[in-house]
Design a protein around this ligand. Sequence first.
Ligand code: FHN
Length: 480
Amino acid sequence: MNKTFTGLLAAACCSLMMQATAQTQPPKKDTIALQHGAHRIGNRTDADMARWRSLRFGQFIHWGVYAIAGGEWNGKVYNGAAEWIRSWKEMPHEEYDKLYRQFNPVNFNPQQWASQAKDMGAKYMIITTKHHDGFCLWPSKYSKYNIAASPWKKDLLGPMIDAYNKAGIDVYLYFSIIDWNHPDYRPSLKNAADSAAGKRFQVFVKNQLAELLQRYPTIKGFWFDGTWDASWKNDGAFTDELEQYLQSIHPGLVMGSRLRADEKGARHFDSNGRLMGDYEQGWERKLPEKIEDVHGNDWEAVMTVPENQWGYHAKWMGHVKSANEILEMLVKSVSLNGNFVLNFGPKADGTFRKEEQDLMTNIGAWMKVNGDAIYNGTYAGFEKQDWGYYIRKTGTDSVYMVVFNMPVSGNLRVKMPARTYLTGVSMLQNNVPLTPELIGREEYFLRLPNKQSDVPVVILLKTSTKEGNKEGGNFEKAKT
Ligand code: FHN
């Protein structure tokens, strides 16, 4: 066996042939004529999109005046998501709308935020420029409800974006269309007066977005939210025009599927089932199970640490995810061709709660050793095994096995696609080589030197599609 293996090593080192990569969307006929449906078939192939796709791990930050309430009001605890507290019957709107007068994040240290995100391994960051409450973290000239009116007085976004960019992290801007503070915002347009307000609101949105682009030209894209109300989704033409307008003033921007609706009110996917926007943006607090679930589209998942808290809530309820659970979600996402974004909700003073700091440290410790398996990773085209996930380094014959469930037998089964052979196996952590045992045609067992580990273990497989595996050819299929 060893001889065969060494032979294979020599024979196959230059093979860069990919096995099945992403499934492409099956060509289907459009049955409905649409002017404002998807304008592209298949994924974007330009450099900006390729960059987004290669980053794989992002940090989401929900920060705003809701952090002051921290999920509590008048001694009562709100069970909903902290950033929604204004909609709670126990929270008078007038009281919430005065909170900005206390927003003074004296301990905000953008360099520290950026360096801890970098240490965690995040390659991009999404910041809430304004959430549904309408409070703007930048001094917008189109709304008085902004950071300049708070005791902090000055821009928060600019220093944040600069610090993250300096740390080598791309920045995306979250922007909520729902705006509870704006007099012209309506969930639905019921009469002529509402329609007039709706038109004014569209101008306001367009102005604020252009303002953000003009103020922060290094941003890589927008992350839209709050686009499910009838007033927004029933004007597909406007959403289409807006997307094109933003692209025209900042070519290359990456924007997901939440922005657009088609003229029939379909969101994310148009009425013919084609994805609108640059990637599928509906994976919130859930992940696809298998490659078929993503239909060959680029996609991104956003995840909370507790069950459903985005902004700061002093009392986290329910299950709080561990670093290993989050790493498994990250790895699973990349193994299915997706990006994974982990959310943080800083406190009103600009610091992060201990649980979030510890998570960043623990995730970062693993990423420092194993990050090679994540960045630029893609679907490997191997049959999934119960021990964990395969990730291929895009465009190469390197495939990583990320082991989350060590079998009691200690044997990790590797089943290669037809006519694919192993040419080298080593532990990513320390390059220690492993000797695979051939157990069938294109099928091996691997055993780790030490099967005990508190964190997922990564094994690097070098593969080849060149002929040469004579020994494998001796295995007979069962005659049944
Ligand atoms: O309502 C928001 C929620 O507060 C949070 O911002 C998430 C993040 O994806 N988006 C909305 C729900 O989809």
